[in-house]
Write a protein that binds this ligand. Structure first.
Ligand SMILES: [Zn+2]
Length: 116
């Protein structure tokens, strides 16, 4: 099991099994946040984000919200506004937990295909 938390510990999560890959996306927000995403439809994820612990950022067609810890500023996850999909940022995991997991590069800026 992997686990992660923001710097101050207000938001945390557990990932029930090692994901097949971590997703690096080059879209307008992910490239700025430098996130490595783990998708909850691939592996079981339990997120602990107390109400009012995060700031949610939405824009454009408002299909999803990017959450950052209100106290320490770490980007913790994004959440779909249409369903219960949650995607967490594996940058919050201890480095030794994720060092051997493949990173796949996703072209979220343009083609919405994997680049590898
Ligand atoms: Zn925090």
């Amino acid at each position: 099991m992997l686990n992660g938390s923001c710097h101050c510990g207000a938001v945390s999560f557990e990932i029930g099994q090692t994901p097949e890959f971590l997703l690096s996306c080059n879209c307008s927000i992910c490239r700025r946040l430098s996130t490595l995403w783990v998708y909850s439809d691939k592996v079981p994820i339990t997120l602990h984000a107390p109400e009012d612990s995060t700031i949610a950022y939405t824009w454009g067609d408002k299909m999803l919200a990017f959450h950052s810890c209100k106290t320490c500023g770490c980007t913790t996850h994004w959440a779909s506004l249409a369903d219960d999909k949650i995607v967490v940022n594996s940058r919050l995991c201890p480095p030794d937990q994720i060092k051997d997991i493949r990173i796949r590069h996703f072209d979220g800026a343009d083609s919405w295909q994997f680049l590898d």
